[in-house]
Design a protein around this ligand. Structure first.
Ligand SMILES: Cc1cc2nc3c(=O)[nH]c(=O)nc-3n(C[C@H](O)[C@H](O)[C@H](O)COP(=O)(O)OP(=O)(O)OC[C@H]3O[C@@H](n4cnc5c(N)ncnc54)[C@H](O)[C@@H]3O)c2cc1C
Length: 484
């Protein structure tokens, strides 16, 4: 069988928010060239820092948290690079009638911020990518040569791309896809976004309400933060106040002057401080009321993908994950097509099961001078078995899985035929079985990885647990991944 790599050679990404940038980075890691089109003069979208006369303030995302293993790895890298830092504000909650302020324990939540501003993170992520700023994409077309994008400012793109990614809020994606056939558009119409008014304030040097950040549960405001208490900021007294989604929606058509007066007065009444200078910004698409957890949409027939925070539970982490997952999906699916293999569950004691055993024997045991033994096969009649088959029906990759109880599935005996290594089939197999077990209600996937394969499993979201141990005479590690 001839195996050719049919990854898209070139991808257009519309939108340089965190989702678009993480997609670009992951595509680049797969060796796929991309160009990013962004309507604004800066990257970052809702991760933004506004500059004023001689001060600046993060007016969109305030900080982010990290739970997903892949995002945690990215966060650790950014920390090491000094692009972000931990922010440990004195936190309070403001609530009640009469209004009271109480300190809020931080509940071990690590809050990360860009350094020296939130805008620094997207700025660093965008470095090294081909960017078209001030390019508002208002039309798309697909010719025999591939996708083209039309911007208000520059007209049609000179290049064509084999695949297109929309990393925009849902309404903008829908607008661009209105003349495009395919199933994605119908899925977008169900999402709606809420606005947020953001008030930025320069306060007198001696202003200190006794907290650096507060969740507000009364009146129009929902969040207050001393921007200048974040690491790496200038030593002035800059504050940010966000209005609630509900209040912002009700007051979206009011003038900046009117809204500024109301929110300034509210800030003053909650904190006792009057601003020396203030500025206001309206985020029309701040957050999604009904954010999904699909991760992303990919239509392989149209070579069209959609990502964004609204497809992955919102927030910076969701946006990053959505772009990352889309890039991986595009590459894995293309790889499956190019490899021409088919995934299937395998029943115990069938011919396919025996073929899978043969592959396991030759890949996992023979190189160690061993054979599969009774211990290896014990209980396999109650376990799950899967394989990728080539066109001739031969098993080219296999994996088994054992239910450990308490919603934990243990993956075992993964083997990939020599001719199929280095082509992404191992990652595809993991992704497929994780999807199968997620659908069956499992929450965690666990495995014993050979130590030299630790990097592969880490790349696929697994985390090491505990010390190295010996199994079949080889150093192993226990690794786990949350799959739901
Ligand atoms: C007020 C506010 C507070 C927030 N607070 C937090 C927080 O504390 N923690 C947290 O984790 N998250 C927070 N978020 C959410 C977080 O900012 C978002 O989840 C995340 O940044 C979304 O990234 P994205 O790439 O999906 O979308 P976006 O950031 O919206 O990126 C979309 C990009 O597409 C561009 N674009 C749009 N239309 C076009 C077009 N036609 N052509 C070209 N480009 C186009 C936009 O300019 C933008 O750059 C907050 C958001 C707001 C607004």
């Amino acid at each position: 069988m001839s195996v050719t790599n049919r990854l898209p050679e070139h991808v257009f990404i519309i939108g340089a928010g965190i989702a678009g940038l993480s997609c670009a980075e992951a595509l680049q890691a797969h060796g796929v060239a991309n160009e990013i089109f962004e309507k604004r003069a800066v990257v970052g979208g809702r991760v933004n820092t506004k500059s004023h006369s001689d001060w600046r303030c993060d007016d969109g995302a305030q900080y982010f948290t990290a739970k997903d293993p892949a995002f945690l790895r990215a966060t650790t890298k950014w920390l090491q690079q000094g692009i972000i830092a931990l922010w440990e504000p004195r936190l309070s909650v403001i609530e009640g009638d009469p209004v009271s302020i109480r300190a809020k324990p931080s509940a071990n939540n690590k809050r990360y911020v860009g350094v020296p501003s939130m805008g620094a993170l997207p700025h660093c992520l965008a470095a090294g990518h081909k960017l078209h700023l001030n390019s508002t994409i208002d039309q798309l077309r697909r010719t025999q040569l591939g996708w083209q994008a039309h911007s208000k400012e520059r007209g049609w793109s000179e290049n064509h791309a084999q695949a297109l990614v929309l990393a925009l809020p849902p309404a903008q994606s829908l607008m661009l896809l209105q003349d495009t056939p395919g199933s994605i558009s119908s899925k977008l119409a169900t999402f709606s976004m809420r606005p947020t008014w953001a008030l930025m304030l320069r306060m007198p040097d001696n202003f200190d309400p006794g907290f650096d950040a507060a969740f507000v549960n009364v009146g129009p405001l929902r969040w207050l933060a001393k921007d200048s208490s974040k690491p790496g900021r200038a030593p002035n007294n800059i504050w940010l106040a966000h209005a609630s989604g509900q209040w912002s929606e009700l007051n979206i058509e009011r003038s900046v002057d009117e809204v500024g007066k109301i929110l300034n007065a509210e800030f003053e009444s909650l904190t006792g401080g009057a601003a020396l200078e203030a500025a206001l910004h309206l985020w029309r698409n701040a957050d999604t009321e009904n954010a999904a957890d699909n991760g992303c949409f990919w239509d392989a027939g149209m070579s069209l993908g959609v990502c964004g925070d609204w497809l992955a539970q919102g927030r910076v982490e969701g946006a990053w994950k959505s772009g990352y997952e889309l890039a991986n999906k595009m590459c894995f699916i293309s790889t499956t097509e190019s490899l021409d293999v088919e995934f299937s569950e395998v029943e115990f004691a069938t011919q396919a099961y025996c073929d899978a055993l043969e592959l396991r024997e030759s890949v996992l045991r023979k190189p160690l001078g061993r054979s599969l033994d009774i211990d290896d096969l014990e209980g396999e009649d109650k376990q799950f078995h899967f394989a990728y088959f080539n066109k001739r029906g031969e098993v080219v990759a296999t994996i088994s899985a054992k239910d450990l109880g308490e919603k934990v599935i243990k993956l075992r005996q993964m083997a990939v035929h020599e001719a199929f290594r280095g082509k992404g089939i191992g990652a595809m197999l993991l992704q497929k079985v994780e999807t199968v077990f997620k659908a069956k209600g499992f929450k965690f996937s666990q495995l014993h990885a050979r130590k030299k394969a630790q990097g592969f499993y880490q790349k696929n979201g697994y985390q090491r647990v505990g010390d190295v141990f010996q199994e079949v005479g080889v150093a192993h590690l226990k690794m786990t991944k949350k799959i739901s």
